[in-house]
Design a protein around this ligand. Sequence first.
Ligand code: UT7
Length: 335
Amino acid sequence: MYNSKIKGLGYYVPDNVVTNDDLSKLMDTNDAWIQERTGIQERRHVVKGEDTTTSMGVKAARIAIERAGINKDEIDFIVFATLSPDYYFPGPGVLVQRDLGLPTVGAIDVRNQCSGFIYGLSVADQFVKTGMYKNVLVIGSELHSHGLDMTTRGRGVSVIFGDGAGAAVISREEDNSKGILSTHLHSEGQHAEELSLLAPGMGSRWVTDIIEENDPNDESYYPYMNGQFVFKNAVVRFSEVIVEGLQKNGLKKEDIDLLVPHQANLRISQFIQKKFGLSDDQVFNNIMKYGNTTAASIPIALTEAWEKGKIKEGDLVVLAAFGSGFTWGSAIIRW
Ligand code: UT7
């Protein structure tokens, strides 16, 4: 068995900033409500036609590959996590292979919503640890804004989500004391419909256009979230899966140097922070700037934390996510 580590990180968000005040011009909401309930101040929305889920992922990937110090031709495999693919099929993994001009390496798509990046990281980790691949590109990217209900009817969901992408190169590590120590994955399909999008036939077309042409009153094209139910499950599962990861490695909460939680809601992060007795410096949040970017949120946050020098060699970094499915997971990393 080999060790695997995160060798390079990158992220990309569209330039277009949408503030809470901008949203309050479209629907009955306000900055105070959004900040108080979620911590979000602004998010990024793609300007129609300027980016896709794949193009954002590719931009993030180019940065991650460069920082990994490898040539793109050394990528052995692609893992792409998203709930907002360009096409219903094929998934964006193969589009990345094409757009980056990679050799004909394998590509898979991960459909685990907010936990997508951790699931993808786990897949990459297994391939590298077994020796099958040396460098795996993992991307999380989401274009939410083209499918949100920007009216008062959809305000409980649409104020939360933002667009963006993050990427990581997972590589073989010779030093046994470093790298991804373990990953932990769970699901509970019993609650599948509590945070879901049930309408078929999504894809590269803007959902808002499809609805306009068909039935503007058809809510099934928009995501649904039972917010309070999801919140209550999230805080329990986040805690469980962090403890599971620590225990698996004989570690305690005091050993955590940095927790990077999926950016679902600042209140969830704060709850977890308090529960684990962590200081503000030990938990990285950027939901204030980007909203909830689902599969992209952890790689964007991890990249920003790394860029800001918040992760040092030897640090114990914990990633944790919970979301639609329900699915949840954690990764325990010795940097
Ligand atoms: O990333 C995947 C996992 N997702 C999560 O973990 C999200 C978990 N859930 C949440 O973060 C929270 O439940 C929300 C932020 C989504 C909602 O916060 P809440 O405190 O649970 O609010 P609520 O849905 O219970 O709504 C409270 C009130 C309602 O009005 P009434 O019935 O009390 O008159 C809503 O209609 O707030 C109203 N409301 C809004 N008001 C202004 C809902 N959305 C908005 C809005 N602006 N955007």
